[in-house]
Design a protein around this ligand. Sequence first.
Ligand code: 5GP
Ligand code: ZN
Length: 112
Amino acid sequence: MENCIFCKIIAGEIPSAKVYEDGEIVIFKDIAPLAKIHLLCVPKEHFAYLSELDDGRAAFLGRVLKKIAALAPTLGLADGYRLVINQGESAGQSVKHLHIHILGGETLSWEK
Ligand code: 5GP
Ligand code: ZN
């Protein structure tokens, strides 16, 4: 996808601090961390919204959640973590390539 910053990171055209990569996802450090550990789990396939999930992508997302849970201890998240998927303007989604924020490394507050 042209002009998509995450597609450029996946293609290696823009550098990132990758912590995990396989055939279908990459996980790298967020450039503006909101917690001591703030990672972005990004599908290699470009799509923007959960509303674009078909059965294949839904199964893929299930696999991704399973992978995150398996990787958590090695990512420094053994004590817990928070997953966030911002969707659309009012949620503040700034990159229109679906991604899962992984936040942790400290006690996270839960306030509006
Ligand atoms: P959103 O607001 O779309 O849910 O999250 C986009 C995230 O991508 C933000 O937390 C932002 O800091 C991060 N981000 C934007 N551009 C870059 C970049 O070039 N590199 C990295 N590592 N993170 C980025
Ligand atoms: Zn993209």
